[in-house]
Structures are given as C-alpha cells and as structure tokens.
Write a protein that binds this ligand. Structure first.
Ligand SMILES: Nc1ncnc2c1ncn2[C@@H]1O[C@H](COP(=O)(O)OP(=O)(O)OP(=O)(O)O)[C@@H](O)[C@H]1O
Length: 968
C-alpha cells in the first residue's frame, strides 16, 4: 500500500476535512470519529451498511471491489462506498490484508428511539493482531498482538550498550484472553517473537528495532501512543488484571510492555475499560522451555514446509486434535517443548495411558469433537458480544464435560490397580475406566462441570434461539413470570384475532370476509364490494382497494394495541433477561477458561496418543543421567515417512558432547537422518512418543540448526553472510545442553574457505562448547577429525551400483564415505556422457594440479592425506581434494561471482584466472568433444550451484542435455 494512500484513507479524509465547517450533523459525526482514530479507516454505520466517504470511500471501493457512489446533501456531493453489515467479514478481511486498521463506528442507540441524530461510537478497531470475529480468525491458531519495551542499554536511537539492555515482551490473544509476558536481551526476545509469531507488534519509544525486514516474519510493526509505555500508566492499566502489578514482574520493561499491550487491546475493543476475560496474565521464562529459534522451526519444518506440500509439516503429522481448543494447545506445545524431565514424563504417562486404551481414547475424541471453542465463547460472553446461540453452544460444551468425566471416571481404587496393570504390561484390552495416571487424574479433576452455569442457560435460553437477541424468542418459557404473562397476553390476543374471521362471518353473514394484517395499517377486516351493504355499523373504514374495503372495529383496534404492546414489552424484557443471564455467565469467565484449558490439554494428549498408535511410535525413555546421550533404534522421520513408500529406519547413537560427521552422496538421506534425530528430541520434549522402535533420550535445553544456503532460500535472501551470522549465533550460544545440526555449512562460498570454516566450526563445537552435534558435509576431509578428536566420529550413507543403476540405500553406517559420487549422481541424473567424461577429466586434472604444485589452491592439508591413506577406499583420490563435480563447479561458480578473480583466501598470484583455467582444460583435452563446446562449457560454468535448489539444478542439467543432444 502506498503511504500516501494510507494517509488519505485513515483518519480524517481530506475531502471531509475541507468541508468540515459546512457538514451535515451526520457527516460531522463521521468527521469526529475519523479525527479520533488517525491510524484507522473508519467505517460508519448507516442503517444496514458501513459507509466511508471521500478518499476513504475510494480506498474501500478499490480494496473491497464495491461500487463508488455519491452522497448528495445540502452541503455538497461526497464520494461514498459501503459494505453490507450482515456480510462484512470478507470485506474487512480484504481491508486487513491490504494493511489497514478498521474502526467500526456503530450506531449505539436504537434508530427508532433516537430523537434526532442517532448516536454513534467506535465500538471496535479491527487490526491484524486484535481481531475477535470468528469469520476473520483461523479457529485452530492463536492470534497475538505483542508489545516490546526496553530498559537501560541502547534503545532504537539510544546508542548505549545493548548488552546491558533488558527487553520486555508482552503478547495478548484478544480472542481468547491469553496474555504472556517475558523479557531478555535483544536476541532472546527476537527468538521469542519468532516463536510467538504475533500478527502485529507495537513498539515502545525505546524499543529495539524488530521490524520484520526479514520477509519470513509475518507481523506488521507500528508505533503506538508512547504514553502507554510509561511505567506509572502501565502499572495503573495492569491493576484490574492482576493485583500489585509492580511486584509481579522481573523487569520494568516487562511491566511497561504488558501495560502497553493491554492499553492497545482495550483501545481496539472500543476503549470500554479493562477486558474482563483477560484473566491469565502469565510471566514466563524462555529458559523453561526448549529454545527453538525461527531458523530451527523453519529448517525442521515444524509448521511450514516450503519443499513438499504445505501440509507436510511436523504439526500436521501430529495434529489429530478434535477441536480448535486442542489444536491451539498442541501448536503452543510444539512451539515450546518442555525441558523439565518430570513434566515431560507426566505427559508421556498420559499419552501412554490414552494410547493403551483405544475405546476410552475414541470416546474422549468423539466427545471433544462436539465441543465448541470455549475460550473464544468465554471472551465473547465477557465482552457482551455473545448471542443466545453462543450461550447454547456453551451449554452443549458443558454437557460434553459430563460425558468426558464419565469416560475418564475412575474410582479411587482403580488408580491403585492401574499400577499393577502398567507393571504387568498394561495390556488390559479395553472397557476399563480411565484415568490411571496422575496427569489424567488431575485433568479430570480440572474438568469443571459448571453446573450452575449449565442449569442457568438451560432454564433461561430457548433450545433453538434466533441469532437476533432483540426480537424475542430467546428466553425459554417458565424462566420469568412477567415475561410469560406478556407472552400469554400476546398469544391470547392473536388467538382472538385468529377466531375473529369465523365469528365476523357468522355475525355479518359475509362468507368472503377475511381478517388480515399489514405493516402499515395493522389488523383489518376485508369485505368485497359486492358485500358492502352487509357491513355492520361498528366497522370503521381504513383503506379502499380496487374491489374491496378494509375496516377495523374498536375492539379489534384495542386488541391490536394489546398484542403489539405486549409483544414490544416482551421483546424488551427478553433482551434485558438475556443480558442479565449473559452477565451472570460472564461472572464465571475464569472458571470457563480453566475448563477450556483442561479440555484443550486433554485434546492435545489424545491427539498425541492417536498419532502414537496409528504411526507406531514408541515411548521414549528419558535419560536419568544428565550426561546421557541420544540412543535411537530404528528411528524414522515423522513427515518423510508419510510421503515415502518404504522408509528405511536408522539407528542413532550419539554420546553427549559428541560430533557425528556425516558424509555420503547427494540425495542419500543425510539431511533426513539428522532431522529425524532432532525431531525425536522435539517430539519427546513436547510430550509425544517418537517414530522409532526404541529411544532413550536426554533432555536438551536448546536446539540449533544451520542448513546449507541452497536448502534455505527464502525470497532470494539467503546469502553466505546470513549463513555465517546464523553460524555465529550457534557458536556463541550453544553449550553442553544443546543439540546442533549443521548441514553443509560453508558451501555458500569458495571451497577452500568453506571447508576451512566447516572444520573450524566442528572443532570449536567439540573442543570449546561440548555440544552434541550432527554435521553433514560434502567436505570429506572433515572425516579425519575423528582421528584427532575424542568425541568425533564418522557416519556415512552409501549408494550401490547395479547394472549401471545407482540405488540409494538410505541406511546410515559407521565410518567415512569413500566417495561423494558427485559425478555419478550427475550421470544418473542424465547429464550427457561427454559432459560427465569431461567432468571426470577435470576432477583428475585438478587433483594432478594439486599434486604437482604444492603452492596451488590449498588442499586439505596433511590430515586429509592421512585419512585417505587410512581409508584405502576405492576413490581415495576423490577424498583428498573433495573433488566432486559439484564442488568443483561450485568453486568455479563462486570464483566467477567474485568477478572472475581468485576466490577469497586463495593466492591471487597463483590462482589461474577463469580464462586460464578454460584454456588449460581445453589443451589438456586435446580435441574438443561435442559436449564440451565452448557454449556448453560456459553455460555449465555459469550455473550458480550454491544458489540452486535440487530441482533447479536438475532442470538446468536437462537443458544442458538437450543442448548437447542438439550439438551432437
Ligand atoms: N531413510 C530413508 N528412507 C527412505 N527414503 C529416504 C530416507 N532418507 C531420505 N530419503 C529420501 O531421499 C531424499 C533425499 O534425502 P536427503 O535430502 O536427506 O539427502 P541428502 O543426503 O541430505 O542430500 P544432499 O546432500 O543433496 O542435501 C529425501 O527427500 C527422501 O525422499
């Protein structure tokens, strides 16, 4: 959106401002609301429509694709555009998507009762982070608005020392009332923001810049009234939410962020005072959870998958939840796996119990599937936005609680027998009652039946009420005596009218006489012209039609007034009674939210149990010894196994603090293997079972991943620089309680530099940090680290060649790979024979060159040769120089990127230039083969392999092949 466009559409549109003095009272009211909401586009209720005027109208017409019309009054003509209130959601969504905040200027008094201009006020400001409308929200995901504030150190322009700075972060989900508060240094808070993934971020005056320049961060950032971040104001703001707020937080920055985010939330909800349903303002410490930053979440494809289908994520593999509450809970759990071993075991207990007892599990799942979104219902009730149908939904969900309790019910004695059942293997068939574990037992206790609320709704609200709450039919008969009397009067009156036709026909002898009703004249008696002579004296003419006359009688008039009066009073009374019932339910918001939490957890656990059973997962044993490592038997990748016909399980045995260097051909399964190990950790610490035959796992505090540049391209932003800054972060922050995954680190630069960086990083991880690490690499020279370092060992993947076909076994085996198979893989992919032959020659030439000229581009050093000698594999020469086709070309490409000059770190004097290299190769080759025509060779050299995805590389090879065919 153009800034100019935003300026004229939000706040007071210039066209209205220009005419401000002459405006009619209604447009003047519009102008006032616009002026009070400078950062929002005001939609102004006029009857059944939301209207906007002048420049704002133009924006609404364009964004919502509605017609731009004109409003003309005595003061002039104004462009106008409107959207129907009944079906506003899709239009509001378009405005939000276009980056607008929308203030709803609603009529706040009954138009019929208003004397003069109807009063209007902004009842809600809809913003991406604070929407509460179900139509605009995804049911299974949380929607946070967050605020950041900073104490000490350097703020945005402060220039002081950022290391002494504490950044406070508060996030609130306005649709459910959840509010989280934490603090840390800049990086920690940036990590938390990635985890929370707010839809909107508001920044305090001194907050560091967390602008999502990085396209992967989806939130919009904007400034909000600085005063909201003031310590005193924030304290006052927080008082209704939690007593003595200044003693509840660890840092002023937390308190100020929390005060500001709630001020903003209140503002968007119409500035009507504290939000009664925000009852759970919780402070947390990020260190109490497994820390997974955005890079780890992304590369492990927890919630997003760029390569495969969008639904091929870990979350999708785990999501067998039955209701929106459970889905959001599971998402929260997966974003913040636990680090407390007892808490993890407790979840495993519950999952195990639910997994063991299929009938009970299915019973729980079926019951939960009928539960409504209690959290959002509770917040609607509390905000006074719930209608009678919402209360009925609440009632139905409370009935589910009874069912669940019955399913989970366990007599006290049964818990004792459960110990025996588990000890004896626990396979007790089914039909036995849950719960046997403390965790499920506690959950059952937390399932608050809320009997009073259920009974109240049942007694008060009609079984199938209309959506509208002002037009009657909402309150059940028998709930209120006065209402019943009024409805009886109305009913009797209508019955009297219904009988009137028959009695008047009899009295007058007019068989065609009829009784009817219309909006304008009310009840009438209609007589055709042919019978007018028989009309009695007490009939008063009301209306003359073409062939008939309509009459009333004094009694009919009286009855009509009685009926209308009773109906109006009954409707008004119903509304009052409804509001009263809603307020009484709202008084129990906290209990309803407590129940919602319990249902959500139960659903998440049931989902994990279902996945465990259906996916053949095993309960991981948590290492009691804090120094224990990872031991997985027959581990699988939970997402890849769903897309591969035959997934090959692999073992993993990683002592604590060890570094596994993993080599093997492209596509052999290195990345998949490393991720399987990391995902087992994430799953286990989330409380899930893991896809393996057996697993014994430690509890890690942090999980870091760094995947090669080509695997992580996001909108062209992946650069070697970024790769290095992520590596820096890992080397800075990882420790003995971290699991680190490094996938082809260093491949975004020249080979010499890349392998040097990879080696140095591996050494540092091992020597200085003691982190447990998996390190996949094509730099075979790295494998000799195993000889030099105590806790470094090699693993590799192999391929077999049979009848010219290479088959990837996807099986991990100890030791270093003997070949990178780069050229073979190229051949397999269909690269033309002459290109493959030429590549082999180039490999050989490079090795020969290194052998001849010790001052040439840096070989791996003596350690490489030692390893090669030890290994004695079939392709020892390969290992020495990392001379796969791919790397050679990558080196070429990176040199070319650097302007055709020597790669960084190489000696300028001794590195051949691009031209030299091409020439010498041609000379070495003698006659140019068809495939090595200068064009083709140049095209091959031009390929920027370090920046290509495998598919792009294959396509490029395909093109080259076609060209070679043409040449040939
Ligand atoms: N254990 C396995 N069982 C079956 N198929 C597997 C297994 N591991 C990997 N694969 C398949 O092989 C493909 C390539 O695996 P992966 O990306 O892990 O290879 P890689 O060795 O990391 O490749 P590169 O070095 O090119 O990055 C996967 O997409 C998957 O389809």
């Amino acid at each position: 959106m153009e800034p100019a466009d935003r300026e004229t559409a939000t706040g007071l549109p210039p066209g209205i401002a220009a005419a401000r003095e002459e405006l009619t009272p209604m447009l003047s009211q519009y102008a006032d609301l616009c002026a009070a909401h400078e950062d929002a586009l005001v939609l102004f209720q006029v009857g059944d429509f939301y209207e906007a005027f002048c420049e704002a109208a133009e924006t609404v017409a364009r964004v919502c694709e509605v017609t731009l019309t004109e409003r003309s009054d005595s003061t002039g003509d104004y462009p106008m555009a409107g959207i129907p209130i009944d079906n506003a959601a899709p239009y509001l969504e378009s405005l939000l998507d276009a980056g607008y905040r929308v203030a709803l200027g609603d009529q706040v008094e009954d138009a019929e009762q208003a004397s003069g201009l109807v009063d209007r006020a902004v009842t809600e400001v809809i913003t991406p982070g604070t929407v509460v409308e179900d139509d605009l929200l995804e049911s299974g995901t949380t929607n946070y608005v967050a605020a950041v504030a900073a104490d000490g150190g350097g703020g945005a322009g402060g220039g002081a020392d950022p290391s002494s700075e504490t950044v406070g972060l508060a996030a609130v989900d306005v649709s459910t009332g959840e509010c989280l508060v934490t603090s840390g240094d800049r990086d920690a808070v940036a990590g938390e923001l990635d985890r929370i993934a707010p839809a909107e971020l508001i920044a305090g005056p001194d907050a560091p810049d967390f602008d999502p320049a990085d396209a992967e961060r989806g939130w919009t950032t904007h400034e909000y009234d600085d005063r909201a971040f003031d310590r005193r104001r924030a304290t006052e703001r927080l008082e209704p939410y939690l007593p003595a707020p200044d003693r509840r937080f660890d840092a002023d920055a937390e308190l100020r962020a929390a005060g500001a985010v709630l001020a903003y939330a209140e503002y968007t909800q119409g500035d009507d005072g504290p939000l009664g349903y925000v009852t759970r303002v919780r402070r947390y410490d990020p260190r109490d959870r497994l820390r997974l930053d955005a890079a780890a979440q992304r590369s492990l494809e927890l919630f997003e998958n760029r390569g495969l289908g969008a639904s091929d994520t870990l979350f999708d593999a785990l999501d067998e939840t039955n209701c929106a509450l459970g889905r959001r809970c599971l998402e929260r759990w997966l974003r913040r796996p636990l680090v407390d071993a007892d808490a993890i075991r407790s979840r495993h207990d519950a999952v195990g119990e639910l997994a063991d007892r299929s009938l009970a599990r299915e019973g729980v799942a079926d019951a939960l599937a009928t539960a409504y979104d209690l959290e959002r219902l509770a917040s609607r009730v509390s905000r006074g936005r719930a209608d009678a149908r919402d209360l009925r939904s609440l009632h139905r969900t409370l009935a589910v609680v009874l069912e669940l309790k019955a399913t989970l019910a366990g007599a006290e004695g049964e818990r004792e027998t459960s110990g025996e059942a588990r000890a004896s293997g626990g396979a007790d068939g089914d039909g036995s009652t849950l719960p046997r574990t403390d965790h499920l037992g506690d959950l059952r206790d937390r399932l608050d039946e809320l009997t009073e609320v259920r009974d109240l709704i049942d007694a008060a609200i009609a079984a199938d009420p209309p959506q509208e709450i002002t037009e009657g039919g909402v309150i059940r008969e028998g709930f209120d005596g006065d209402l019943d009397d009024l409805r009886a009067t109305e009913r009797e009156g209508r019955e009297w009218v219904a009988d009137l036709e028959a009695s008047e026909r009899e009295r007058t002898g007019i068989d065609s006489l009829s009784v009817g009703h219309n909006q304008v004249h009310g009840y009438y008696i209609e007589v055709t012209d042919a019978n007018l002579d028989r009309v009695p004296d007490d009939y008063r003419r009301r209306q003359t039609l073409k062939n008939s006359e309509r009459y009333v009688t004094p009694e009919l008039k009286e009855r009509e007034e009685e009926i209308v009066g009773a109906a109006e009073r009954a409707d008004a009374l119903e509304y009052e009674l409804f509001v009263d019932v809603r307020e009484r339910v709202a008084a129990e918001t906290e209990r309803i939210q407590g129940l919602a939490d319990a249902l959500a957890e139960l659903d998440a656990l049931t989902s994990l149990a279902t996945v465990a059973v259906e996916g053949d997962y095993v309960r991981p044993e948590l290492r009691a010894n804090p120094d224990g490592g990872v031991a997985i038997e027959g581990g699988r990748h939970p997402v890849v196994e769903r897309t591969e016909d035959s997934f090959v399980p692999n073992d993993a045995d990683l002592p604590r603090g060890s570094v596994a260097v993993i080599t093997g051909p492209n596509m052999s399964g290195k990345s998949t293997y490393m991720r399987s190990v990391a995902l087992a950790i994430v799953l286990a610490q989330t409380g899930s079972f893991v896809p393996a035959q057996a697993a014994s796992l430690p509890v890690f505090d942090r999980l870091f991943t760094r995947v090669g540049a080509s695997d992580d391209i996001a909108g062209g932003q992946s650069t070697f620089m970024r790769e290095m800054s992520e590596l820096t972060e890992i080397l800075h922050d990882a420790d003995a309680d971290s699991l680190v995954l490094l996938d082809e680190v260093g491949r975004g630069t020249a080979t010499t530099d890349g392998r040097a960086i990879a080696r140095a990083a591996a050494e540092f991880l091992h020597d200085e940090l003691g982190a447990t690490a998996l390190f996949a690499t094509h730099y075979h020279g790295l494998t000799d680290l195993a000889e030099e370092r105590e806790r470094v060992f090699n693993l590799h993947f192999t391929a077999t060649r049979e009848d010219g076909d290479v088959t990837f076994l996807h099986r991990v085996v100890p030791g270093a790979s003997s070949s990178s198979y780069g050229v073979e893989v190229a051949e397999l992919a269909g690269v033309p024979g002459p290109v493959v032959d030429r590549a082999r020659d180039l490999v050989a030439a490079e090795e020969a060159e290194r052998g001849r000229d010790p001052s040439g581009p840096e070989p791996e050093g003596p350690t490489d040769e030692a390893a090669a000698a030890d290994e004695g594999g079939p392709d020892d020469g390969d290992r020495d120089g990392d001379a796969s086709l791919r790397e050679f070309l990558a080196e070429e490409a990176s040199e070319q990127r650097d302007g055709g000059g020597p790669a960084a770190g190489d000696s300028a004097a001794e590195t051949p230039t691009e031209g030299d290299r091409a020439q010498s190769s041609n000379e070495a080759d003698g006659e140019a083969a068809p495939g090595s025509s200068p064009d083709l060779a140049a095209a091959l050299r031009d390929l920027d392999l370090a920046r290509m995805t495998p598919i792009e590389a294959l396509n490029a090879l395909h093109d080259l092949q076609s060209r070679a065919d043409d040449d040939g």
